[in-house]
Design a protein around this ligand. Sequence first.
Ligand SMILES: [Zn+2]
Length: 439
Amino acid sequence: MKTPQRLALRGDLLDFTSTPGWAELDSPAVRFRPDHWLLIEDGRITGTQASEPDASWQREDHQGKLILPGFIDTHVHCPQLDVIGSYGTELLDWLNTYTFPAECRYADPAVAKRGAVRFLDALLAHGTTSAVVFPTVHKVSVEALFEAAGERGMRLITGKVLMDRHAPDGLRDDVLQAERDCIDLIDRFHAKERLAYAVTVRFAPTSTPEQLAMAGALCRADASLYMQTHVAENRSEVAWVAELFPTARSYLDVYALEGLLHERAVLAHGIWLDEEDKRQLAASGAQVAFCPSSNLFLGSGLFDWPAARAAGFQVSTASDVGGGTSLSMQRNLLDGYKVQALAGHRLTAWVALHGATRAAAEGLGLSREIGSFDAGTLADVCVWDWARGPVAEARHEVARELHEKVFAWMTLSDERNLVSAFVAGQPRYVRQSIVVPQH
Ligand SMILES: [Zn+2]
């Protein structure tokens, strides 16, 4: 029998065993094991212990550092790294002015490949080891992402963006060609290694009813496919959808009527939903990706997380770059705190970090693979400095309670705190150098 590859990481281990209660500072869902060793065999977590493991283990000592499960970004656009931080527009103008021109360039396979590699290495350098990603309408942009994620061993969910109207030349498909491209991509990439296909409707306005019906048929034909789209992000967008789909009860209902609302669906934003929408979301098992930095930057609105809790649908957290302003999950969680504060709610570090780890994994049906340090999950693990620089260091020193420490970390840290990122037990990012994957 082959000897297993054994790796042990020492540090302060933090993850979640269940969903923390809203506004609960001392939560039984929080699993904090200070100064423990995380044991990894052949890329999987096998356990933890307080004592140093024997010499059969390769030991990496990160004593005094914070070790978390790799973050899961449930909504992010690969080609939009090129337009992050674009000035002065709301959603619909922002798409036309900045985003669509950037996405046109991904028709070129060389641009798509370079973009995919840069994007995934940037995710890893921000401590994000899994993601649900929008590429572009071009088949080559999907191939490039799947191939680059495969080379890095990453959990990646993506699919060709569907849009056959209300988009410029070079960014529209048609129903038949789009269907052929989807089927070919599903055959080649879905459920291979850690890759999965998502039927990817950009948003209701850019697909004809015929194309939405085709997308729904793909989902019905294979229940293992994911679905990703946007919903109820901005008030002008919601009004436009009401004009385009006069027979649907609501924006969300456009998707529900076509069979696109199911337990493997990830809907970004969900700010302008009514009570019936919230009931429908909870009944479907779909999750909403809360994208706070994007919602603030584009002035879209304030997502009501406690209302989502009350309705009973799953919420995960996401960057939505390039509407979002950083791939750093801490930056986005901090913006999430501010969004909730503006609405009179208090977001704990526990609910926020759970949203970027275990909640996302559960929403995707992947909690046996990612999102925690449960034995048997793949070792997607990040090591972080608790504090960097004199201000954060001083704050960390005076923090007494665990929540106080972790909340200060969430508020004051970013990707510069990342020491290393492991994907299935392999180092894929080490500070100041990216480990080039083996071909
Ligand atoms: Zn988006």
